[in-house]
Design a protein around this ligand. Structure first.
Ligand code: 5GP
Ligand code: MN
Length: 321
């Protein structure tokens, strides 16, 4: 296979990280397998080169990702006594969450991301549309000349697996499978990762889904449902229990666009969207201050639930028309 042309940003990041002794590596809010896998994978690779790495995330690592080596080291922090700050899988500064500070005393901010909606908020931005950010990190690890080991491989394969929903999304290409093969050859167990990330729901979660699905709405190919603070309280479930509901709706034949609106706190609604290739929900999310991929995107609206619903449905009806 011929080598892909190296982007200038990728080369700059390599040089920067070759010289760094201390690096802060940052994952996005409500971190998923790709964010945690990419940050940990890069940290393990840099540590093999003797670099001291600190991991940051505004929110805790979900239970289903705690099996990853080093995942206990994340903390909600922002440090500027570093040689570089690397932000992974994050398309805008709002996604870094409340730990983000504009002020960083001249420390270069490096952004590595696979979202087409990335706002290029770093000093160096390597944005490339792959199925996962972990594939970009895999390339970077190769650029840095670090041999893959089982820790690096397990972290990176987790991101490939979760962001492709088990190799099912349309952006799963031959190169994605090749990356997965490379990581398995390096010792990562696909079976262990699949079990850890996809066999992770609780009965409480399923009961919450039952309540929400009872109220499913559907109109001209758009299906939506809502999870309120009240629903969560009654089910005794955290907001993260609604993760996966939009994927479930996207498996329904009649559905072109699936939307799940989840009230994370009073007047703050997290919106998760899925679509068929015909509809670009990344553009819809971007217009609402969020981002994502053509067929999977999201945003955070500071509105009461009914207003958030109308705002999203308005934008979607126009996108579908
Ligand atoms: P999910 O629906 O699984 O939470 O997210 C789907 C995709 O949309 C992910 O790629 C995620 O990064 C992106 N996304 C979800 N919520 C937001 C958001 O509030 N802001 C931005 N920029 N992207 C989001
Ligand atoms: Mn991702």
């Amino acid at each position: 296979m011929s080598e892909r042309p190296k982007s200038r940003a990728r080369a700059e990041i390599r040089t920067l990280l070759e010289r760094a002794r201390r690096v802060l590596i940052v994952a996005h809010v409500e971190p998923d397998g790709d964010a945690i896998g990419a940050t940990l994978g890069l940290a393990w690779a840099l540590r093999r080169r003797g670099v001291s790495c600190t991991l940051a995330c505004a929110h805790p690592v979900p239970d289903s990702l705690r099996f990853l080596p080093g995942s206990e080291a994340f903390a909600p922090r922002w440090r500027t006594d570093e040689d570089a700050i690397v932000v992974l899988d994050t398309s805008d500064t709002q996604r870094i969450g409340e730990i983000y500070r504009d002020e960083r005393g001249g420390v270069p901010l490096v952004v590595i991301d696979h979202h087409v909606t990335n706002l290029r908020f770093g000093d160096v931005n390597w944005v490339e549309a792959r199925a996962s950010t972990c594939e970009l990190v895999l390339d970077l690890v190769g650029d840095l000349g670090v041999p893959l080991d089982v820790e690096i491989a397990a972290c990176l394969l987790t991101g490939v697996v979760t962001d492709t929903r088990g190799f099912r999304t349309r952006n799963t290409h031959a190169a994605t499978l090749a990356a997965a093969m490379t990581l398995m050859d390096a010792g990562a167990s696909l079976g262990d990762i699949m079990d850890a990330v996809f066999r992770s729901r609780s009965i409480t979660t399923l009961r919450l889904w039952g309540v929400a699905l009872e109220r499913l709405q559907h109109e001209d190919g758009i299906a939506w449902l809502e999870v309120s603070q009240d629903d969560l309280r009654r089910a005794g479930a955290p907001p993260s229990a609604a993760d996966g509901l939009s994927n479930l709706l996207s498996e329904v034949r009649e559905v072109d666009v699936a939307v799940v609106l989840r009230e994370v706190r009073a007047n703050v609604v997290d919106v998760s969207m899925r679509s068929t290739p015909r509809v670009d929900v990344a553009a819809v999310a971007l217009s609402l201050g969020g981002g994502g991929h053509r067929q999977a995107s999201g945003c955070l609206l500071k509105l009461p639930l009914p207003e958030a619903r109308e705002r999203v449905l308005d934008a979607l009806r126009r996108a579908v028309a």
